[in-house]
Ligand binder design. Structure first.
Ligand code: NAD
Ligand code: SER
Length: 318
């Protein structure tokens, strides 16, 4: 890819991915866009072209692709799990609207397309331990239904039309730049903010709720590496299991307390988030991503915790 369009660049992933793409491909070769351009960070606004774009309107995407001779799209537009469950039609219309538009434009303009899937693409009758790459996918959230549909459609466009679609199933992503956008795994970010601010943290998930997680620098590497991977080595495409660590609320709390011994977490159960989390894998098998394109995350829970606390303390002046 030489000219890239990032859709949803103002979100949790886009805020960091856009800047890394500009480092790798050049500031002038990465166009940042969002439905709400006010969400774009100052760094993104200052370093390259930024445009408003509603990804559910195909004409708006096509115009940018044609004007800027785009040959790669990172489609980050979706409504995350907990928010989508409160408004399922919005979750479906935004997630599927953006994806179908991207697929059609990718076919017409010969553009490579990355659209993340998620641990949400699995459901309660998936094997939850060491979840295989290829297994039962019967999610019971609208978010999961859009993710499975997205995986199938993306493979269909590859098989049927030769569109270069690639994807990873991200676990919960933890970052210190942009707050998460209404997911079930948000607690694993919010807990660091509370620890740095010296506040008591109210955990919405129960003790023992295991979920896959990843620190944002590893997620950004994965998004770039999968698109740069040698296509002849890819047995799978949409979508690869990827994970870097898995833990429950007690484990992240204990890790933070090694650095902040006075930090306090209490449980304040959120029924919707708990039900969603219980239907997602405890930990996934990501051996196919490692074998087919060299996925190799660098951060585990202790290393991520040191970096999160350090960066957030500086960012929040604490
Ligand atoms: P986010 O909610 O933080 O950001 C989404 C961005 O999309 C927002 O800036 C929003 O303004 C924008 N947007 C919404 N509707 C739009 C539209 N119609 N047109 C253009 N932009 C629109 O999401 P994120 O966490 O950055 O996630 C990006 C992708 O990665 C999504 O597909 C999500 O499902 C997936 N994912 C995220 C995580 C995670 O933990 N963050 C985990 C797994 C998968
Ligand atoms: N972090 C996302 C969510 O909880 C997982 O896809 O919705």
């Amino acid at each position: 890819m030489k000219k890239i369009l990032v859709l949803g660049a103002g979100g949790q992933i886009g805020s960091e991915l856009t800047m890394r793409l500009r480092e790798v491909y050049g500031n002038g070769n990465v166009i940042a866009s969002d439905l709400n351009p006010n969400r774009l960070t100052q760094e993104i606004k200052d370093s390259g072209v930024c445009l408003p774009c509603d990804a559910t309107d195909a004409k708006q995407i096509a115009q940018i692709v044609a004007d800027y001779k785009i040959d790669g799209i990172y489609n980050l537009v979706a409504i995350l799990s907990a928010t989508a469950e409160k408004n399922p039609m919005l979750g479906w219309n935004v997630g599927m609207g953006a994806l179908l538009n991207c697929l059609e434009i990718a076919r017409e303009y010969k553009v490579a397309l990355f659209t993340p899937s998620s641990i949400g693409a699995f459901g309660p009758n998936t094997p939850l331990d060491n979840t295989p790459q290829d297994t039962i996918q019967r999610p019971r959230t609208i978010y999961g239904v859009t993710k499975v549909t997205g995986e199938l459609l993306s493979d269909y466009y590859f098989e049927r039309f030769g569109v270069d679609t690639r994807s990873v199933r991200f676990p919960g992503l933890i970052s210190n730049v942009c707050p998460p956008g209404g997911g079930t795994t948000d607690y694993a970010v919010d807990i660091y903010y509370a620890a740095v601010k010296g506040e008591t943290f109210e955990c919405p998930l129960k003790k023992g709720t295991l979920l896959d997680m990843m620190y944002m620098p590893d997620a950004i590497d994965a998004a770039i590496d999968i698109m740069e991977a040698d296509p002849s080595k890819l047995i799978h495409r949409n979508s690869f299991n990827v994970t870097a660590m898995h833990f429950d609320p007690e484990a992240i709390y204990a890790e933070i307390r090694k650095h902040k011994p006075n930090f306090v977490m209490v449980y304040k159960h959120d029924e919707l988030k708990q039900k969603i989390a219980d239907s997602w894998p405890n930990y996934m098998d990501d051996s196919c991503a490692r074998a087919e394109w060299g996925f190799c995350p660098k951060y585990d829970l202790p290393k991520m915790t040191v970096d999160m606390l350090d960066k957030l303390s500086k960012r929040l002046n604490k």
